[in-house]
Design a protein around this ligand. Structure first.
Ligand SMILES: N=CN[C@@H](CCC(=O)O)C(=O)O
Ligand SMILES: [Zn+2]
Length: 401
């Protein structure tokens, strides 16, 4: 097997359990995995050599929350919001209408382009959701297309979000029954996760519970969109059902934070061992695009709740795949240290997807998913926000950029 030495790394941010940052470091890739990490002057010989010329290397971003299957444009809705209009869940139906008209080939091309954009920004592990189909046939079609992309290695995890919105003109009760019954049955062979939008204007706690309980019964892992637009039952429901993640978390009560905290009692953060709790996934780009308060990431971390950072790329509330942007915003605006923000966007996001034994940190034996910054230190992500920082990307040891 060919070995590749990446040497002369100015700063190697491992995100390992000791949170080591190595200077003047090197790393060897073999068979798509990390085979060796250490000091550049002690590196063993390899077949190929890549000179990082003092640049920074960190794990590829793990984007644990995206909605990439969509067509149509909602820039007018965004512009109206910037002029003072509120974000409402109902905007989802605009995208549903456009997406239903798109052919399989069109949708796949659109999704692949968005993935390529994400990779170009350093993302190497990606979750994405259905949720713009909202009929049995359409949700099944979107799940199948995403599964095809997963099998082709472009996507890593697929989530069923049939309970995204009650389609206009349909009754909440019968649609929920469909989403928890035949629709779930039609998608479950294609997906690993199920999600619901538990919020005023979308699904109530009882309706969300109905869908999530059925999904759990079908063997899927659970995620929740919750507490995005106001105090709501999403967090408590996620904790009650043992969801791996509750996402958005903009409006949290003390009781919500305590409930999340209690789920992490069986997890040893120092060793990264044990049973993970419910991750609070923060989506700063979305918060800015909807003019919602930024999620209380600092408070959550201080309470011992693991947080993830994700792009939430979608046409309504966050039309960006840029994890660099989300990480720099977390440092600049949410009072996370750079190390905390990087961990949230890599290892902790991987924990929320049950993938932390495989990705999310640079350790021997893990997938060689690397993100090289054109900067001498990783803090440049926040120090030089908005600059084109991603220099090279390896996914499973293959250089993609
Ligand atoms: N909040 C629910 N779903 C998406 C937005 C969907 C849309 O408006 O198209 C989100 O995560 O923000
Ligand atoms: Zn979302």
């Amino acid at each position: 097997m060919t070995t590749t030495l990446i040497t002369n790394i100015g700063e190697l941010v491992t995100v390992d359990q000791a949170d080591r940052v190595l200077r003047d470091a090197a790393l060897i890739i073999e068979g798509g995995r990390i085979a060796w990490i250490g000091s550049a002057d002690q590196a063993p010989p390899a077949d190929e050599r890549f000179d990082a010329a003092g640049r920074t290397v960190l794990p590829g971003w793990v984007d644990s929350h995206t909605h990439l299957v969509f067509d149509g444009d909602r820039s007018e809705e965004f512009e109206a919001r910037m002029a003072g209009a509120d974000y409402v869940a109902g905007g989802i139906s605009t995208t549903v209408e456009a997406t239903r008209k798109a052919s399989d080939a069109q949708l796949k091309t659109l999704v692949s382009r968005r993935i390529a954009e994400a990779v170009a920004g350093g993302t190497t592990y990606l979750e994405t959701k259905t949720g713009y189909g909202l009929s049995l046939d359409e949700e099944a079609r979107h799940a199948r297309l995403l599964d095809e992309l997963r099998q082709a290695g472009e996507v890593d995890a697929v989530t069923y979000l049939g309970a995204h919105l009650v389609p206009p003109g349909e009754k909440a009760e019968s649609y929920t029954a469909l989403a928890a019954g035949p629709m779930l049955e039609a998608v479950s062979q294609h997906v690993q996760w199920a999600d619901v939008f538990c919020e005023e204007g979308a699904f109530t706690a009882d309706q969300s519970r109905q869908v999530l309980s059925a999904a759990k019964e079908a063997g899927l892992g659970l995620r929740v969109h919750g507490n995005q637009l106001g105090q709501g039952p999403g967090v408590q429901l996620a904790v009650e059902l043992g969801a791996a993640s509750v996402d958005h978390v903009n409006y949290l009560s003390e009781a919500d934070i305590e409930a999340l905290q209690s789920t992490w009692a069986g997890w040893d953060a120092g060793q990264a061992e044990g049973t993970p709790g419910t991750t609070a996934t923060c989506l700063p780009a979305c918060d800015l695009s909807t003019r919602q308060p930024l999620a209380p990431a600092r408070q959550l971390l201080d309470a011992g709740v693991a947080i993830a950072l994700a792009s939430n790329c979608n046409p309504g509330t966050s039309y960006t795949t840029s994890m660099n942007f989300n990480v720099s915003t977390a440092v600049l605006q949410m009072r996370l240290s750079l190390k905390e923000a990087i961990r949230a966007a890599t290892f902790s996001a991987a924990v929320s997807l049950g993938a932390h034994h495989e990705v999310g940190s640079l350790e021997v034996g893990k997938r060689a998913d690397l993100h090289m910054l054109d900067a001498p230190r990783a803090i440049h992500l926040a120090y030089r926000p908005g600059m084109p920082m991603t220099y090279a990307v390896w996914r499973k040891g293959q250089r993609l950029r």
